[in-house]
Write a protein that binds this ligand. Structure first.
Ligand code: PRP
Length: 213
């Protein structure tokens, strides 16, 4: 039988995710060693871990090459893949927001609001719900530059500490939703490998709940 594969989002969520698996009794020491390897195992070689770009986690899970994943709700909303979202893990808390200058530097002369974002779909849906026509400009990072340099009027992005906005004289104008890390599972694996997945996800959920209380 193949090992269960767990996909973790590289970056801000990976460390907390590894810490959570450790609290669940999995010896994750090999995952903490500096390496360029993308496929790693826990010390007991019970699980296979892959470290992937956050936006790719839902793809690996939907395609079934990974059974379980830890990824931000922001990514799930944006990627909209067919996966089971089975728990809110609580960490990685931030907010999806519209941000910009509180007082526009000059009158907005363009008739259509220009919105720069890594979250193209989230932004489109947010404005569509309000019946507002917008021009979405897809960026891949440093989105705050949009209003600063005049590429866009506002941005749709995640705000954690608020420091990036502050450093660029921008403010939160509207909050779209709250974001945290989520536990996701492939739909087929959930059926075919239920006996292996259920105890692990139950343990993860119990560990998270114990930490909250
Ligand atoms: C994210 C986000 C903001 C920043 C918010 O970017 O897109 O830029 O973090 O965090 P803060 O409120 O704590 O300042 P990330 O660090 O992922 O880098 P990126 O701009 O390259 O996407």
């Amino acid at each position: 039988m193949e090992l269960l594969t767990i996909a973790l989002a590289k970056g801000r969520l990976a460390e907390c995710a590894v810490e959570l698996f450790e609290k669940c009794g999995i010896d994750c020491a090999p995952l903490k060693v500096e390496t360029r390897k993308l496929v790693l195992h826990d010390a007991q070689k019970k699980y296979r871990f892959i470290f992937v770009k956050p936006s790719d986690v839902p793809t690996y899970i939907e395609r079934g090459v990974a059974d379980i994943g830890v990824v931000g709700k922001d990514t799930l909303l944006e990627e909209n893949k067919d996966v089971y979202e089975i728990a809110d893990l609580g960490f990685g808390a931030c907010r999806m927001c519209v941000a910009g200058y509180r007082q526009q530097k000059g009158a907005i002369t363009n008739s259509v609001l220009r919105v720069a974002s890594k979250y193209e779909n989230v932004a489109r849906e947010y404005y569509a719900r309000q019946g507002i026509t917008v021009d979405i400009i897809k960026l891949n990072g440093s989105v705050e530059l949009g209003p600063v340099i005049g590429l866009s009027d506002v941005i749709v992005d995640i705000v954690e500490s608020g420091r990036t906005l502050e450093a660029n004289d921008l403010s939160v104008l509207e909050e779209i939703c709250k974001i945290t890390a989520r536990l996701v599972v492939n739909k087929v694996s959930m059926k075919t490998r239920y006996d292996e997945i259920k105890p692990l996800t139950d343990k993860i959920i119990a560990t998270v709940e114990a930490g909250i209380k």
